[in-house]
Design a protein around this ligand. Structure first.
Ligand code: EPZ
Length: 422
């Protein structure tokens, strides 16, 4: 298994390009199931999760063509689901990527049936899909959960008024996709407002769907009989952007991220300015200049537009070396502090009490061998390794390869001493 070896203490400087958003691309690829016509996506990131999703769609009979480019320029992927012949998402594939649940709504809407393995939990929490099932059932689907699979059937879904018990990003996306081909109007209340939901809605509308309100907490969809092909550019990855900004902040550096959109990161940029960083948002780039010593910032994760849970681990690495004590509350997932014990191995002063972490900044961290446990925890360890004195060896970095395109290449381009070792 690959590992990352980092020699810390170098302030990052220079410019890198931000890739297409993993969490926009995953639902968008599933949207191609909704039509018999080809759908083309540009700015597709080269990530393991994308590869897994394309394999999952291909075994359903979807024709996949992919033109790869050099890292960072984005691939072009065309999906043709006219030959859809197998509405099954098998356990072997779903267990490696829970976002596979996003085929459920489109398969039901297009093929009238679906057999999708339950994703199962993951390191950060149980992550049930009960809201996805509740919404599709309200739209007339007959759904049973047996032997670890969701079995769903519907001659034609009917529009309904849906209310999710909590804000769920992929729940909103699954229901919105299913509603596009339902009979009548669907209203999704308490909808997720994430920019990735808006990117999906924009693509669905380009395919002929009738959607209004995406980005707000009430989304209205008028069902139509069929959707047609379209071409859609994947939005920039706001979490990748935030991760590199945190790495530059923690190492006391100065960077420019191109192809980045500041509008989807207000809460993160605000917090980075509170640490003392100077931020300049250009039309499609973001510049950050770190202060000599960061000031600790307290955060509370919540659904968009509040501070994103996917940036919590990265900010814990910042607070580990900032001046002062930060109180960090994780309200979305029940077990998203696994990075804390690994940061403590690097010398951080962190106390966990339930879903709250108290982080007291230290002037420096000391390199050590640490273990990645999930995607964003791994990013947090990379940031800490870039700051720590001496060498840090990060194990199980397959987690990183799921969600960060060319991570060590991009960091090396910013001056980091980082390399992948076997
Ligand atoms: C999406 O996951 C993202 N993944 C996650 O990013 C992100 O952390 C999360 O949204 C929150 O922003 C993708 O978009 C592919 P949720 P999702 O449904 O949709 C509970 C990353 O690092 N819930 O919004 O699975 C759930 O347990 C990943 O890129 C139910 O109880 O998250 C959680 O506590 C990690 N029942 C909360 O709601 C349901 O049916 C929010 O989950 C659905 C969700």
């Amino acid at each position: 298994m690959d590992k990352l070896l980092i020699a810390g203490g170098i302030p990052l400087s220079g410019e890198v390009a931000i890739s297409g958003a993993k969490n926009a691309a995953l639902p968008l690829l599933c949207a191609a199931l909704l039509t018999k016509e080809p759908v083309t996506f540009t700015n597709v990131p080269q990530l393991n999760d994308i590869g897994t999703m394309l394999k999952l769609l291909a075994q359903m009979g979807v024709k996949v063509t992919r033109e790869t480019s050099k890292v960072g320029a984005g691939d072009t992927v065309t999906l043709d689901a006219s030959g859809l012949n197998n509405a099954v998402a098998p356990y072997e594939m779903v267990k490696t990527m829970r976002a596979s649940i996003l085929v459920l709504g489109p398969l039901l809407a297009r093929a009238g049936e679906a057999r999708v393995s339950l994703p199962g939990g993951c390191a950060i929490g149980a992550r049930p899909v009960d809201q996805h099932i509740k919404g599709l059932t309200a739209m007339g689907a007959e759904i049973s959960v047996e032997h670890g699979y969701v079995h769903a059937r519907a001659t034609r879904l009917k529009g309904a008024r849906l209310f999710t018990d909590m804000v769920t990003v992929t729940g909103t996306e699954n229901l919105m996709m299913a509603a596009c081909l339902a009979q009548g109007e669907t209203v999704i209340e308490n909808a997720a407002r994430e920019p990735e939901v808006v990117d999906l809605a924009n693509c669905l509308v380009a395919m002929g769907a009738r959607i209004s309100g995406a980005g707000g907490d009430v989304i209205r969809i008028q069902g139509v009989d069929a959707l047609h092909g379209a071409t859609h550019r994947i939005m920039p990855d706001r979490i990748e952007t935030g991760t590199y900004l945190c790495a530059a902040a923690a190492t006391g550096g100065e960077v420019r991220l191109t192809g980045a959109s500041a509008t989807s990161l207000d809460a993160v940029l605000d917090k980075l300015m509170d640490t003392g960083c100077e931020i300049v948002a250009e039309r499609d780039a973001i510049r950050l200049k770190a202060p000599p010593r960061l000031t600790a910032v307290s955060i509370r994760t919540a659904p968009y537009p509040a501070f994103p849970t996917d940036m919590q681990a990265q900010f814990m690495a910042i607070n580990a070396v900032a001046e002062g004590t930060a109180v960090m509350r994780e309200t979305i997932f029940e077990n998203r502090f696994m990075h804390a014990v690994e940061l403590i191995r690097l010398g951080a002063d962190i106390k966990i009490d339930g879903n709250t972490a108290f982080v007291t900044g230290r002037p420096k961290l000391d390199g050590a061998t640490v273990m990645a446990t999930d995607l964003r925890a791994s990013a947090s360890l990379v940031i800490a390794g870039l700051v720590a004195q001496g060498e840090t060896l990060i194990e199980r970095i397959y987690h990183l390869d799921r969600g960060y395109e060319g991570l060590e290449k991009k960091l090396a381009a910013l001056g980091a001493d980082i390399r992948r070792v076997k």
